[in-house]
Design a protein around this ligand. Sequence first.
Ligand code: ATP
Length: 298
Amino acid sequence: MKYYLLINPTSGGNKGHKVEKTLCDFLDKNRIEYVKYISQRPKQEKELAREISKVINKEDTLIIIGGDGTLSNAVNQLPVDLPFAYIPAGSGNDFASSLNISKNPIESFKQIQKKHMEDFYIIKYDSQSLSGYAINNIGIGLDAAIVHSTNSSSLKSIFAKLNLGGLAYLSNAIKVLFRKKPFDVKINNNEFKNAFLLTVTTHPYFGGGFKIAPNESSLQNSLTLVELPRISLVKISKIIPQLLKGKHLDNKNVYHTTNRSFQIETSSPQPIQIDGEMFLATPNETIKMETQKRVIIK
Ligand SMILES: Nc1ncnc2c1ncn2[C@@H]1O[C@H](COP(=O)(O)OP(=O)(O)OP(=O)(O)O)[C@@H](O)[C@H]1O
């Protein structure tokens, strides 16, 4: 029995490397057998996940160490029935928050050692140009533009080092708010005019800790869709404090619904973020999203 560690050392402004060191010192000290797979370049965790899944035995445990992006890339390559564990080392760590996984690496490792397995649900998506799995959320429009702006901002790693991942999103959200144009969209064949923000999520957390869907849970076989039309900036500014308190769904301008699957059709090209990675939806792209069961060791 051994542990397979898949590590992104650069995640969370090099937090991945610190977590690797702390964990490996602990494993060495306690004579626990492990093998390290360290990603040396962006996206290499995909290859490493495929390699590990070919050699790992039933009694072994795969532990993914990195941020939400690393986990998302790895999960997309793993067989759906392969249980895995996760130790967060990102800047936002929304996935870890969703399953209450400790951000202390030794604490979360001790929990993993107990080998408690739990079913949870991620998003399976499919369209003319995109297919795969999302562990957190898929956003179209404003949401994607914010993620794009945050990822390309030099402030992200500074905020990460200060443990303020959410602040990086908030400052970029305010910047993008003034620029993004609304769009028309069909959700399960119902027309929504002037959509501005549209997110489908499998758990509450979004953008480094904001609860966009406070009642959703990864442990539930469901997805929540939240949509906000382009309303005046005065009205939007009233929603921001509500969002910070997790009360925005009470606002009459915010549409939300929970289902096991959604079909979304965009009428114009729109940026899409899938677990923080940017794509572009072509006009009339139909994106189907549904729940997909996975197993976590925690
Ligand atoms: N050695 C490497 N050098 C640079 N980038 C890497 C390396 N290994 C992996 N990556 C890439 O780093 C990107 C960011 O990783 P990740 O999202 O896990 O960290 P983060 O952005 O700090 O955390 P979060 O998503 O929680 O904010 C991923 O797209 C991943 O492919």
